[in-house]
Design a protein around this ligand. Structure first.
Ligand code: AMP
Ligand code: MG
Length: 345
């Protein structure tokens, strides 16, 4: 299959082409404000099956349905979820996915057999134009091969999906660079995956909000994942990733020592650094992630940096930070990419 890439400079034209492919039951990769999505007609089980094949995704890992308008969410749920209106009014369109009991029109392939469905309205004009032109909710996970870092540019999508899908819409780099916050409203409101809509922001609306234990730790034996995606290896480049969590200077000293040990063994280390720690690495090879003062900058660079360094380094030594605000989303992705190989200072 030939994979075409078209720019979304004219969102209507891109949407028309993409929607025709979606309605024919095929796949289209498209930009969102979080990461690139790999879309199929979300009401067509056979079309959704193709997503799992193209990604090599385990079929017990459910997908998010994307809608163009808030009202379109309600027919996907069995009844109106508690708190949904207030959350949608505050955060939609935007990087917040809401989970609640599914309605009968949602195919089993989308929910991987669960009785709940995840729904989101993306804050990206090209994405919403595509969904509106398709006239159906669009099921879309991140447009990477399963297990790899999520794509934040159309080039990343092409690296993973060339020859596997007919069309990629190129809307340039994604604003946030990490996937949406996933919040379950079935039972006590619980964050299953952290994102740019933070626990603090949700607590301002909901009062209490719980965090799934698997956000910062691997599942223990026998434990059931609240979100099936949490149990799989995730965001992993080919290089080994090691994380050191601490203040800038001590973290930099420890990472420098690790760097020197790996270099002495003939390995090719590179340090994923914050601006605050950069002066402490001397002449060692570094790549700048962003600043600790604004973890959103670290989030937006992380996946792109893991892909870029993959060709140049076989060990990526990364600074970890605190989990306040978007620090939680950053640490959730970073620890998974490291397979939880982490030192806390
Ligand atoms: P991705 O599409 O790659 O961003 O992955 C979607 C994430 O949402 C995965 O971690 C899924 O496991 C999770 N998810 C989707 N639907 C549900 C659901 N009904 N219940 C729990 N988690 C879900
Ligand atoms: Mg994904």
């Amino acid at each position: 299959m030939i994979t075409s890439v078209i720019k979304t400079t004219d969102p209507t034209q891109a949407a028309t082409q993409g929607a025709a492919i979606l309605r024919a039951g095929e796949l289209v990769a498209f930009p969102t404000e979080t990461v690139y999505g790999l879309g199929a007609n979300g009401l067509d089980g056979q079309a959704v099956d193709r997503i799992f094949v193209a990604k090599g995704r385990p079929n017990d890992n459910p997908l998010i349905l994307h809608v163009a308008e808030k009202v379109d969410a309600f027919r996907l749920w069995a009844t109106e979820p508690p708190h949904a209106r207030a959350l949608m009014d505050t955060f939609w369109p935007g990087p917040l996915t809401l989970i609640y009991y599914r309605s009968a029109i949602v195919p089993d392939q989308v929910t991987a057999g669960l009785d709940t469905v995840a729904v989101r309205m993306p804050d990206n004009a090209a994405a919403r134009a595509l969904i509106a032109a398709a006239g159906v909710p669009v099921a879309a996970p991140s447009a990477n091969l399963s297990g790899k870092p999520s794509p934040t540019t159309a080039e990343h999508v092409l690296q993973d999906m060339d020859g596997r899908i007919p069309l990629i819409l190129d809307g340039g780099p994604c604003r946030y660079g990490v996937e949406s916050t996933v919040l379950s409203l079935a039972g006590t409101p619980t964050i299953l995956r952290p994102g740019a809509v933070t626990k603090e922001m949700l607590a301002a609306i909901l009062g209490e909000v719980a965090l799934a234990p698997s956000i910062l730790a691997p599942l223990s034996a026998g434990e059931k994942a609240a979100s099936p995606g949490m149990k799989y290896k995730h965001y992993a480049p080919n290089a080994q990733v090691l994380v050191v969590v601490g203040e800038a200077e001590p973290a930099a000293r420890r990472l420098s020592a690790l760097y020197d040990e790996f270099a002495a063994q003939g390995r090719r280390p590179c340090i994923a650094a914050t601006a605050e720690a950069l002066p402490f690495y001397g002449r060692r090879r570094t790549a700048l992630l962003g600043t600790r003062r604004d973890p959103t900058t670290l989030c937006s660079r992380l996946f792109a940096l893991l892909r870029e360094l993959d060709t140049e380094a076989d060990v990526i030594l990364a600074e970890g930070i605190g989990t306040e605000g978007t620090g939680l989303a950053f640490m959730n992705r970073l620890l998974r990419s490291a397979g939880f190989r982490v030192e806390y200072l």
